[in-house]
Structures are given as structure tokens and as C-alpha cells.
Design a protein around this ligand. Structure first.
Ligand code: NDP
Ligand code: 2IT
Length: 449
């Protein structure tokens, strides 16, 4: 196992996030390999860490002033053992091959946990949509799809949203795909309801995270009602996580963006959340604007020189990191536990650094890792694909019911897999083992391809 990790480090020394994600999974599947000596001969680990295909391409586009820009586009098709590649697109200046490979790798096991037939992939670009007009975003999306379209399809690879890619971007991407292929198909998920989207898809990741948290609490005879919660981020996942926490009777004290965070001691209620949605989704503004309407709340500007994230220093019961990778370090994790946090449920992908995960696992708090806790988003994407294939739409209650069942099932799968390997209560081990076994068995069934 160490050999495999050192080999990927040697091959691609700059891909730090990818190494981090691989290391975490391989550490926890060690007992599976010990039980299945044939896995070694079949080189399953070597195969699982190598993408089936990596696409990198130039994306030239013109801004409103007539200036041409060149960004880099990516699609990593990681594993198709259990279904067509499936996973989001991220538009953010930090996007690199390392980030996309880590996300694609996580997606393989996440998708396997949903019980639906979806392989794993991820894509995106280092394009920064912030401050760009609708017309600029449209031209960028069209330029991106002008290359991506030849690699994807409803039975091949089905992208969706992630950071910086929401309903607006999916619309522009879909329009271009349809024009180039002359085909109206379910090639993307997260589409608008009027042209093939699914009810509950916008809400699904956040709602699913909270359903997962409720399942974890239930194992201790507890519930969300009355709990004080810290939420980071203020995008799609953070907004619907907050909405569902409120519906379940919890209180949300914080939200953030890359510029800083707000702390509202009185709690962010439904009306305040609607205001956040207006700031972020309609005005595309900053979270600091919250304090203009609600001056009792405090805004703290992000300070890149700080060695900790002050959002995580507030007293609370539960934490829902929903912004980005590595937003919680060991010091943050220690502070959280000391300040009463006994449940961490990850809306973001890999928000906790490995040293932070260690703190949560050692302290035996309820810790739901992203690939299990945030799988509701891609699960409902899978349901959107199913509805597209049937050319039917399910009602809201039906999709929500299916989402709840899937989150319950993922929770039980994690609990059972961790218990089977003598690691009761360790959701990291449970998620990695269950996701891994499923994918590897499918790979072995299909021979050396
Ligand atoms: P959005 O673009 O809607 O929101 C992202 C939020 O996180 C924004 O508030 C953004 O702030 C903040 N953020 C992004 N990058 C950074 C950064 N480097 N430092 C600090 N804050 C940052 O994305 P989503 O809500 O969709 O995604 C959030 C997380 O959830 C990601 O990790 C994503 O991979 C994960 N996820 C998303 C799913 C989905 O269905 N959308 C499914 C499963 C996981 P700002 O406004 O300043 O950019
Ligand atoms: O990280 C994720 O699971 C997503 N961004 C959603 C992927 C999808 O295909 O819906």
C-alpha cells in the first residue's frame, strides 16, 4: 500500500490533494485487502488510483470588451465499473488537475454508495465566474462545451454542477451540447425543471446532508431539534443544509464565503435565509451584505495569515462544513471538540484535513465524511437521469422520499461495513470499505479492461 502511495507521489509530485484523497481511502481499506489476497494479484489498487481517461483542453473565450482569454478545461473519467462516468464540473480559479483528480476519485466511491448505477468522474476549469457578466459566462460555457461535447453523452459521461456551476451554467452548457449534437438528451443533470430537470435536485445535497446527520444522531437516541449548528459556505449546499436544519428545529449561527463569515447569535431563520439566497443567487453578492439588513450579526473578514478558521471557534453542537476542501485543520478540529461540537457532517468534499479527521475519529464524535454525507446530490442526479430515460417527471414528494431512503441506506451501509471490520462507529472506514468493495467486485467481474 505504501508502495502505491509513494508511486503516485513520485509520478505526479504536485498533485497534493489527489495524494491526500488516495491516502485516506487506502489507509481504511487495508483490512479488505488482507481478507482478499487475490486483489493484490489483480492489482486492484493500482487500477483504482489510475483514471481511465484524463482530458485537458484549451478554452479560449472573449470578454465584453473584446479581450480574448484562455482558460484550461478538464474532465477526469476515473472509473466506469458500475455505470457511466458521473460527477460535477467546478469553475474556480484554484482548479487544477490535482483538484479534479481528487474529486473524481472521491466521486467513484460516493456514487457506489448511492446504490445507483453511476461511475465516477469530475471536470471543470480555472475560469473565475466572479464579477463576470451573464454574457461572458455564456460565452465561456459555450467554449468549454465546444470541446467537452465530443467526450460525453447520456450513456457515457454525465456532468453536473459543483462550485461555480449552478442552474445558469448548466443551461448554457446544455444549450451548446444540444446545438452541436442535434440531440435533446439527459447529458447533464441539474437542469431546469422546464426542460428535463428533477424536482429536489437543487435541494438534494443539503437536504441529504441533514438527513444523514439525523441518522447519525438517532444512533445515540438524539435529534437535531434545539441543536446549535455552524455552517460554512453560502452557496447551493450551505443554503439547503440551513433550510433543512431549520425545518428539523435546529438553529444555524454562521454562514461564510471566501471573503469572510457572519455570526448571528439570534440564529438565521427562514426569512434571513431567503435574504441570503437573494444576495448570493440573484445579486451574486457577498455574505457581508447580510449585516446591512441584520446589524445584530457580526461579520469577520477572512485573514489568510491566521493559522485557524475563526468560524469554527464558536460554541455549538453540530458543524456542517459546506464550502471547500481543507477548510478545517487539526487546530480547528480540536477547538470544535473543546467547544462542544459532537457531530460533524460534511457537505463539502474533503473539507477536513487528514489531521482534523484524526481528531474527530479519536474523540469518537459523530463524523460523517463527505463521500457518504453529501451523496444525496449525485443520488438525485441519478434519479434525474432515470426520469429523463423514461421521459417522465416524478412529483416532489416522491423524489424527496427516495432521497431520504437513499441517505438512510448509505448510513446503514457505513454502519454495517465498519462493524463487519471491527471499527464500529467509524463512518470513514465504513464509507470507504463499502464503496471500494462494490467497485472492485464490479471491476473483477468485467475482466481486465
Ligand atoms: P457554490 O459555488 O454554490 O458555493 C460555494 C461556496 O463555498 C460559496 O459560498 C463560496 O464562496 C465558498 N467557497 C468556495 N471556494 C472557497 C474557498 N477556496 N475558500 C472559501 N470559501 C470558498 O458551490 P456548492 O455549494 O455546490 O459546493 C460547496 C461544496 O459542496 C464543494 O466542496 C462541492 O464540491 C460540494 N458538493 C456539492 C454538491 C452539489 O450538488 N452542488 C454535491 C456534493 C458536494 P464565494 O461565494 O466567495 O465563492
Ligand atoms: O460532488 C458532487 O457529488 C457533486 N458536485 C454532484 C455531482 C452530480 O453529478 O450531481
Amino acid at each position: 500500500m505504501e508502495q502505491i502511495v509513494s508511486r503516485i507521489v513520485q509520478r505526479d509530485p504536485e498533485q497534493k490533494e489527489f495524494h491526500q484523497a488516495v491516502h485516506e481511502v487506502l489507509e481504511t481499506v487495508r483490512p479488505v485487502l488482507e481478507r482478499n489476497p487475490e486483489f493484490r494479484k489483480q492489482a486492484v489498487l493500482e487500477r483504482v488510483v489510475e483514471p481511465e481517461r484524463v482530458l485537458m483542453f484549451r478554452v479560449p473565450w472573449m470578454d465584453d470588451q473584446g479581450q480574448v482569454h484562455v482558460n484550461r478545461g478538464f474532465r477526469v473519467e476515473m472509473n466506469s465499473a458500475i455505470g457511466p462516468y458521473k460527477g460535477g464540473l467546478r469553475f474556480h480559479p484554484s482548479v487544477s488537475l490535482s483538484i479534479i483528480k481528487f474529486l473524481a476519485f472521491e466521486q467513484v466511491f460516493k456514487n457506489s454508495l448511492t446504490t445507483l448505477h453511476m461511475g465516477g468522474g469530475k471536470g471543470g476549469s480555472d475560469f473565475d465566474p466572479k464579477g463576470r457578466s451573464d454574457a461572458e459566462v455564456m460565452r465561456f460555457c459555450q467554449a468549454f462545451m465546444a470541446e467537452l461535447f465530443r467526450h460525453i453523452g447520456p450513456n457515457t459521461d454525465v456532468p453536473a454542477g459543483d462550485i461555480g456551476v449552478g442552474g445558469r451554467e448548466i443551461g448554457y452548457l446544455f444549450g451548446m451540447y444540444k446545438k452541436l449534437r442535434n440531440e435533446f438528451t439527459g447529458v447533464l443533470t441539474g437542469k431546469s425543471l422546464a426542460w428535463g430537470g428533477s424536482l429536489i435536485r437543487p435541494e438534494a445535497t443539503g437536504y441529504g446532508v441533514v438527513y444523514f446527520a439525523a441518522e447519525m444522531l438517532a444512533t445515540r437516541g438524539d435529534r437535531l431539534e434545539g441543536k446549535n449548528c455552524l455552517v460554512s459556505g453560502s452557496g447551493n449546499v450551505a443554503q439547503f443544509t440551513t433550510e433543512k436544519i431549520l425545518e428539523m428545529g435546529g438553529r444555524v449561527l454562521t454562514l461564510s464565503d471566501s471573503s469572510g463569515y457572519i455570526f448571528d447569535e439570534e440564529g438565521i431563520d427562514h426569512e434571513k435565509l431567503n435574504h441570503v439566497k437573494e444576495i448570493k443567487n440573484i445579486r451574486r453578492g457577498r455574505i457581508r451584505e447580510y449585516c446591512q439588513r441584520y446589524p445584530a450579526a457580526v461579520y469577520v473578514e477572512a485573514d489568510p495569515d491566521l493559522e485557524y478558521n475563526p468560524l469554527w471557534t464558536h460554541r455549538a453542537d453540530c458543524a456542517f462544513p459546506s464550502a471547500t476542501q481543507n477548510e478545517i485543520n487539526a487546530r480547528d478540529a480540536q477547538t470544535m471538540v473543546e467547544n462542544g461540537v459532537f457531530l460533524v457532517c460534511e457537505g463539502a468534499n474533503m473539507p477536513s484535513a487528514p489531521s482534523a479527521v484524526e481528531v474527530f475519529v479519536e474523540q469518537k464524535i459523530l463524523y460523517g465524511p463527505g463521500k457518504a454525507a453529501n451523496a444525496g446530490g449525485v443520488a438525485v442526479s441519478g434519479l434525474e437521469m432515470a426520469q429523463n430515460s423514461m421521459r417522465l417527471n416524478w412529483p416532489r414528494a416522491e423524489v424527496d422520499e427516495r432521497l431520504q431512503q437513499i441517505m438512510k441506506c448509505i448510513h446503514k451501509t457505513c454502519v454495517d461495513a465498519s462493524a463487519e471490520y471491527g471499527m464500529e462507529g467509524n463512518y470513514v472506514a465504513g464509507a470507504n470499505i463499502a464503496g471500494f468493495v462494490n467497485v472492485v467486485n464490479a471491476m473483477l467481474d468485467q475482466g481486465l479492461v
